[in-house]
Design a protein around this ligand. Structure first.
Ligand SMILES: [Zn+2]
Length: 311
């Protein structure tokens, strides 16, 4: 289009000059051209302003357009939603507050039971459990000492104990196994009567023998082993206070609350519990109460009274 317009312009400019040259030229041929004279210069003005004005106006926007589009395309490339995604995942990483080495997530509902107060039963000489009491949810313990018949605890206690000893092994405790757990009334009576008989054979009267035996062994119906919530465990040939000196006993005592257990008979609570220190005897109450009992350094008798006085 521009080429055509420029040639038309050039032709329009040249034509009058040619006419002038022809008209003004000396010689005999000037008489043959007078017909082509006046009207053509009038067509020139409308052509020239249109061509010059169109040119610069159309070229300027063509150069500026690419510069403005480039920043627009780079902005969507820095899509910030990708950087915000990790921020939303951070809250999902729940650091294990108890620092377990083993994955004990499957045991959590047992260690920290929904029925928080359902395992706070207190059994002692002043609170006998009764001859006919027998739990209905007893489960065999996987950590029963191999040379013993299978020991049992109530479901929540049994599962929590399994987690307890798994984590104990992961932390270097060796050969801690269960020697006793649930005891029926009849088995308690059999053990107690057998021990009394041995004492009487040594010369004690029946009354003296029973008094001596009651310091070490619960009278039938008074043992919390009958609840299915108590367990004896250690790595010695027989239960002994020497166990307290081992690494295993110290680890179990310091960490038992994490699994819902308490050390039931502490050395400085003998006057209250009426039992000597038993570093091998642990009692399940659930983590909520176990932690409070551990932090308060109370025996179960003190804690039950504490709850009654403090709501
Ligand atoms: Zn025991």
């Amino acid at each position: 289009m521009k080429i055509i317009r420029y040639t038309a312009l050039i032709a329009a400019l040249i034509m009058p000059l040619m006419l002038v040259a022809c008209v003004g030229a000396p010689g005999a041929e000037s008489s043959t051209h007078p017909v082509i004279t006046a009207p053509e210069p009038e067509t020139l003005p409308p052509i020239t302003p249109v061509d010059t004005s169109d040119g610069p106006e159309t070229t300027e926007p063509e150069t500026t357009e690419p510069q403005t589009t480039e920043p627009q395309t780079t902005e969507p490339q820095t899509t910030e939603p990708q950087t915000t995604e990790p921020q939303t995942t951070e809250p999902e990483k729940d650091p294990d507050p108890l620092g377990f080495k083993e994955d004990l997530s499957a045991y959590e509902k047992y260690m920290d039971p929904e029925d928080r107060d359902g395992y706070l039963i207190l059994v002692n000489p002043s609170n006998p459990v009764g001859k006919d009491h027998k739990p209905t949810d007893l489960e065999p313990l996987v950590d029963t000492r191999p040379d013993r018949s299978k020991r049992y605890m109530r479901l929540y206690a049994a599962k929590s104990l399994e987690a307890f000893l798994k984590e104990a092994r992961a932390n270097g405790c060796k050969d801690v196994t269960v020697t006793s757990a649930y005891r029926s009334y009849d088995s308690q009576k059999e053990i107690f009567d057998g021990d009394v008989k041995k004492l009487m054979e040594k010369g004690y009267s029946e009354e003296e023998a029973i008094a001596i035996e009651r310091k070490d062994t619960a009278y039938p119906g008074e043992s919390e082993h009958q609840t299915g919530l108590a367990v004896d465990m250690h790595n010695l040939g027989a239960a002994s206070q020497r166990f307290a000196e081992t690494f295993e006993a110290k680890w179990l005592e310091e960490n038992c609350w994490k699994f819902g257990f308490i050390l039931r008979y502490m050395p400085d609570k003998e006057d209250i519990t009426t039992y000597v220190y038993e570093p091998w005897h642990f009692r399940y109450v659930g983590r909520y109460h176990a932690k409070r009992i551990y932090d308060l350094h109370m025996c179960l008798e003190e804690y039950i009274e504490y709850l009654e006085n403090n709501g």
